[in-house]
Design a protein around this ligand. Structure first.
Ligand SMILES: Cc1cc2nc3c(=O)[nH]c(=O)nc-3n(C[C@H](O)[C@H](O)[C@H](O)COP(=O)(O)OP(=O)(O)OC[C@H]3O[C@@H](n4cnc5c(N)ncnc54)[C@H](O)[C@@H]3O)c2cc1C
Length: 619
């Protein structure tokens, strides 16, 4: 089998090296290795193998992978930020084979049509990308068959479990707010609507990460000796020949997986690539590899003591994410309607697995809403917000302001949870205005990063206003459900004494059983609004959707790669991951990352004269 945790003797040169085995990288490796058995490929992944790891294959256990001690995530520490109440945010990213697709929440989310079109790059419009988006999936959901694929490696289904009470009630309340239920909320166009949500989970309840779907089948079939996967090693930099052609990489064992640390000084290794190096270490990982290789802003490289090879000021700049707020509620739901029994440890993960618990394939996200404020609500957010709305949203009816979901369970700290069942309202802003950066400060892999997430730094606080609106709106929606029993106060703003918006505890819904009494909106005073703003500064988080740090754009516009993902100023070097989107997408980002993997593989195949099959099947 071609999966190793140290490089086998004699493997000194391959055709293609892929630095990073995440959502996109595994797809590039799998597609190319399957298409041409003569093409030798080495994928180097910083984390460990993910094959059959229980917390990875059973989606309901996703948050176990975010525990630092489990070494399946990378924690990128960001700089302290005054606008975030002096917090130093931590951005979590995939850190095992399969990358984010192995540890994420598993929601299946596709971009909106105008998102890819806004990239304004030949070959990357939604219409042109549709074949790749279809090719990667086998869709078991509802909606128009024309926009989905039915023979790809990644199964999309409900994983065999839905909390019917939560989803039916969420859809009923959505209608009260005027949001229709659509058959397919992931059809690229649906907006201001709610729909039943599917997952990157097979109908049998198994996670569909890019390693289990694109790599392991080839590593195990005995027919692909051309595919090599080196885990637990990190690429430090790309090596170039005198003509600035990428010709290999330098890499080092990841100390997290070594029994003896620190590693000796001379533990750096190199391997040569005859044809191509592909950097695919994610939006937080890939910029550092380029900078350590001498590609980037001259001032950044000088500070980091790295000799400049190519002046590329876009490297590591304009970092973007989505901004997330999650607020918990008490409910009258029953134990078989939320995942609290497993999430809060009332049933151990081992017992859940041994009894083949029906919720193992669940991610608690059954309903998604893509929503926009009414004209009146936009106006109420002030003249600057109105101007931004008129510029960015008014003429793009497919653009949501917020994506929102009611999670059937509480995935916060169990110490704060009560005995009963909970739901969480999770909302994130689709197109934040703020930007940050991520740069190296020294030449070595272990050197600290200068990472500024930039959250809530935009002029006029537009991003903050979106979060405040999302909080109030999602709270009104939860208040109107039949299962609402009040807020978990510890997870909500601290409203001033006597506030009419204070958190409550209830033993019945807010409406009578015959619904004869209407639920009235809460009224928020200026002090209440200040409390919500403070809460957001203290609590808003990454949605784990880092992107845009090596943009596909003209070089003069801070672009780093061209339309074929070639890094400007050098040859035989491509970037294929979530670093390349030049503009944000109004969706969770795994599907976009996988699409970039598919599109990247097809570009490389075309350039190397390899014929990829037109169907989705891997082999
Ligand atoms: C906690 C979490 C929850 C999420 N939930 C969802 C969700 O439910 N739905 C959704 O659509 N999206 C979700 N996302 C986002 C989505 O998973 C990511 O956008 C996507 O995985 C990014 O893909 P990528 O290929 O760009 O990078 P990644 O998948 O992050 O892959 C990069 C890989 O490179 C490796 N690496 C890093 N540095 C090096 C190095 N120097 N050398 C070698 N290897 C290196 C990493 O270990 C990683 O495996 C979530 C992400 C996270 C982290």
């Amino acid at each position: 089998m071609g999966l190793y945790n140290h490089l086998p003797e004699g493997l000194n040169e391959v055709d293609i090296i892929i630095a990073g085995g995440g959502s996109a990288g595994c797809i590039v490796a799998g597609r190319l290795a399957a298409a041409d058995p003569k093409l030798s490929i080495l994928l180097i992944e910083r984390g460990a193998d993910n094959k059959n790891v229980p917390s990875i294959i059973h989606p309901v256990l996703f948050s176990q992978n975010w525990v630092p001690a489990n070494n399946r995530a990378i924690f990128y520490p960001a700089n302290k930020a005054v606008q975030l109440a002096d917090r130093a945010p931590m951005v979590v990213s995939g850190g095992t084979l399969g990358g984010g697709s192995s540890i994420n929440v598993g929601v299946y989310a596709r971009a909106q049509r105008s998102d890819y079109d806004s990239w304004e790059t030949p070959g990357w419009s939604t219409e042109e990308l549709l074949p790749y988006l279809k090719k990667l999936e086998t869709y078991h959901g509802t909606g128009d068959a024309k926009v989905h694929g039915y023979d790809g490696p990644v199964h999309v289904s409900d994983g065999g479990f839905r909390s019917k009470t939560v989803e039916d009630e969420a859809l009923r309340v959505a209608k009260v707010f005027g949001y229709p239920e659509v058959a397919d909320i992931q059809d690229f166009d649906s907006n201001n609507a709610f729909g039943r949500w599917f997952r990157t989970v097979s109908p049998q309840g198994r996670r569909q990460d890019s390693a289990h779907t694109f790599l392991h089948p080839l590593l195990e079939d005995g027919e692909h000796p051309n595919l090599h996967v080196l885990v637990e090693h990190q690429v430090s930099r790309v090596l170039f020949d005198d003509e600035k052609r990428a010709c290999g990489v330098e890499f080092i064992a990841n100390p997290l997986f070594q029994t003896i640390t620190p590693l000796p000084e001379d533990s750096k290794q190199t391997i040569r690539a005859r044809k191509l190096v592909v950097v695919s270490s994610g939006a937080c990982g890939s910029p550092s590899i380029l900078e350590r290789s001498g590609l980037g802003d001259p001032a950044v490289l000088e500070r980091a003591r790295v000799p400049l090879l190519v002046d590329l000021p876009g490297v590591g700049n304009e970092y973007e994410d989505h901004n997330l707020t999650v607020t918990p509620y008490k409910s009258s739901l029953k134990p078989d309607e939320t995942a609290d029994s497993i999430l809060l440890g009332r049933i151990t993960a081992e017992d859940a697995i041994s009894m083949n618990h029906p919720m193992l394939g669940w991610n608690m996200a059954d309903i998604l809403g893509k929503i926009r404020p009414t004209d009146a609500a936009v106006a109420a957010l002030g003249p600057e917000f109105q101007a931004a709305w008129d510029r960015d949203y008014r003429d793009k009816p497919d653009r949501p302001l917020i994506l929102t979901c009611m999670f059937g369970g509480y995935f916060g700290n169990p110490a704060f949870a009560g005995q009963g069942q909970h739901v969480c309202a999770a909302s994130f802003t689709a197109y934040p205005s703020s930007r940050g950066h991520i740069h190296i400060t020294g030449p070595d892999v272990g050197d600290k990063l200068d990472f500024d997430v930039g959250f809530l730094t935009d002029e006029h606080d537009l991003d903050l206003k979106k979060l405040v609106w999302a909080y109030k709106h999602s709270r009104e929606m939860v208040r109107r459900t039949a299962f609402y029993r009040g807020e978990m106060a510890a997870g909500h703003p601290r409203f001033p004494d006597g506030s009419r918006a204070a958190c409550v505890e209830l033993d019945a819904p807010l409406f009578a059983s015959d619904r004869s009494c209407e639920v009235r909106d809460l009224e928020y005073s200026a002090e209440d609004d200040a409390a919500i703003e403070k809460f957001m500064r203290e609590n808003m988080e990454t949605t784990w959707h880092s992107l845009g740090t090596l943009k596909m754009a003209p070089r003069e516009n801070m672009g780093v790669v061209d339309k074929d993902l070639n890094v400007y100023g050098v040859e035989r070097l491509k970037v294929v991951d979530m670093s390349i989107p030049p503009k944000n997408v109004g969706a969770n980002t795994n599907n976009t990352a996988m699409m970039i993997g598919e599109r990247g593989a097809s570009i490389i195949a075309r350039e190397l004269g390899i014929c990829l099959p037109s169907t989705g099947a891997l082999k």
